[in-house]
Design a protein around this ligand. Structure first.
Ligand SMILES: [Zn+2]
Length: 502
């Protein structure tokens, strides 16, 4: 058995409105080459200026990853020639990255269902500019420089992971974290979160082996598949008495395998030197305070708190915490539901939480999907309106079916559920006198069924239940679905002098 060493380099696009060293718009999907200026196109004589918001967002991620922010941090020029980088160098960080020596704790279960508990050390986080995009079509290559100069944060881990599952989990957790922090949308398909992985294997106790880098991993699933494939491939090479070649390989998602891209005998010499056009950045107390202020409660901590505070199951809490907007929505709705009634009649926090979690994870989820909405932040039903629906249901004023109908109408009409129920007269009927009156009418119309039921012996249990359910259904229908089904059943039993269950 070999020991595996996996490290990740994750690039995230920071959600700054403008690029990192100029004032061009930073956006995905705009008309090619419209967000460009002399600075990001590398014209001679232009001067970059640092986007402070990019530095702040970078430092927020660094702090969330438990990194140290140095007293002085600066930029270097990384020299390389490639058509997507018109300056022939990239402004990056080398000697003094903005975040240093952190860690991310992984706790949960992997895609294979096995538990994961591990602390992954973060080597550094550094801020740099992204390159443009090359589009190869047939015999020509097109260049779009809209992405050139977009704020990019690179997060580099130590080789602390051992399986594809752990690496996948790391990326999922990091993605959720940066979305919670509001600094990156985490969209791997659009390339706003990209990962390269490196992996080596060796006999236990022998340290790192020959490192292979894998590129083109544009989903967290591909990270897992690519790494597990690569670990198997390297083990076969070592088993055969051969040596692994140090190289960069590409993941081929159509063939589920990696293929060689280029061999890397020695580290490339990028001839880094300090960027002379940008001053050293020394974060002052006000800057550091603004970074700390942005550190919201992160998903693992929030999940634990929701389980403890609201008695949610791990599955419920996990689903609700997946997005910050849904966790915020959930907590606001619970607060509103508990506060809706005077203290002596109020719902308990646990009861309200359970009801609200169920609504969010079933009917509301389906509605969001139907309306094509990405999350609860764009949902028309406010948390307090959901609370009002839940309170009516808890008080027995709405049947389950009509509660669902009320939810749909409240969304379509953008109205308070109370108002909808009043307008449509959907309030549940629980008064036995009213229900008995309806039941009497129904039995008069359904004389044959009533007669059959009364004549049934105790052994015809199945038929008895079917006929009872039929009559209860008729009473509900006669009241527009508003009668309390339990009372309806009781009244029919009284009128027929027989019971649903012998
Ligand atoms: Zn520009």
């Amino acid at each position: 058995m070999y020991q595996s060493f996996i490290g990740l380099e994750v690039h995230i696009h920071l959600l700054t409105k403008t690029k990192v060293f100029c004032r061009c718009r930073s956006a995905f999907g705009d008309e090619p080459n419209t967000n460009v200026c002399p600075v990001c196109m590398g014209y001679p004589g232009v001067l970059p200026t640092l986007n402070l918001e990019a530095m702040r967002m970078g430092c927020i991620v660094a702090r969330a990853l438990n990194c140290t922010i140095p007293e002085r941090t600066w930029f270097e020029r990384k020299q390389y020639f490639y058509p997507d980088m018109t300056k022939n160098y990239q402004i990056s960080q080398f000697a003094s990255p903005l975040g240093q020596r952190g860690c991310l704790e992984l706790e949960g279960s992997g895609a294979d269902g096995k538990p994961i508990k591990k602390k992954v050390r973060i080597k550094e986080c550094h801020l740099e500019e992204d390159a443009g995009k090359m589009i190869h079509t047939g015999t020509v290559s097109l260049l779009d420089y809209n992405r050139a100069g977009v704020s990019l944060l690179e997060i580099v881990t130590e080789p602390d992971m051992e399986t594809g599952e752990e690496a996948e989990f790391f990326i999922q957790q990091l993605r959720r974290m940066v979305r919670y922090l509001g600094v990156c949308d985490g969209n791997m398909e659009e390339g706003s979160l990209r990962a390269d992985a490196n992996v080596s294997i060796n006999l236990p106790g022998q340290g790192l082996g020959k490192k292979v880098e894998i590129k083109n991993l544009n989903s967290s699933r591909f990270v897992r598949l690519g790494l597990n494939y690569e670990i198997r491939r390297q083990a076969e090479i070592l088993d055969g008495g051969r040596t692994v070649v140090q190289e960069t390989r590409l993941w081929n998602e159509n063939r589920d395998e990696t293929a060689p891209m280029r061999q890397k005998e020695n580290a490339q010499d990028y001839r880094y030197f300090p960027e002379p056009d940008l001053p050293v950045f020394c974060p002052d107390p006000a800057f550091l305070a603004s970074v700390d202020k942005a550190l919201v409660e992160l998903p693992p901590a929030r999940l634990k708190r929701l389980m403890a505070e609201y008695a949610l199951t791990e599955e419920q809490a996990g689903l609700i915490c997946d997005e910050k907007t849904s966790a915020d929505y959930f907590e606001a709705a619970v607060r509103a539901a508990v506060a809706a009634l005077p203290p002596e009649k109020a719902l308990s926090q646990k009861d309200a939480a359970d009801r609200i979690a169920k609504w969010i994870l079933s009917d509301i989820k389906h509605l969001l999907h139907k309306e094509g909405l990405a999350g609860l932040d764009s949902f028309t039903l406010s948390p307090s309106r959901l609370a009002s629906l839940v309170v009516m249901q808890a008080q027995g004023r709405l049947t389950g079916k009509l509660a669902k109908q009320t939810l749909e109408r409240a969304v379509v009409e953008d109205k308070d559920p109370e108002l909808i129920v009043r307008e449509h007269h959907w309030e549940q009927i629980t008064d036995p006198v009213l229900i008995a009156e309806t039941a009497r009418k129904v039995l008069a119309q359904e004389g044959a069924t009533a007669g059959e039921l009364q004549g049934l012996g105790n052994e015809d249990e199945k038929r008895r239940k079917t006929l009872f359910a039929y009559l209860v259904g008729k009473v509900l229908a006669a009241t527009g679905g508003r009668a309390d089904p339990k009372t309806a059943g009781e009244e029919i039993e009284k009128l027929l002098g027989t019971t649903a269950q012998p």
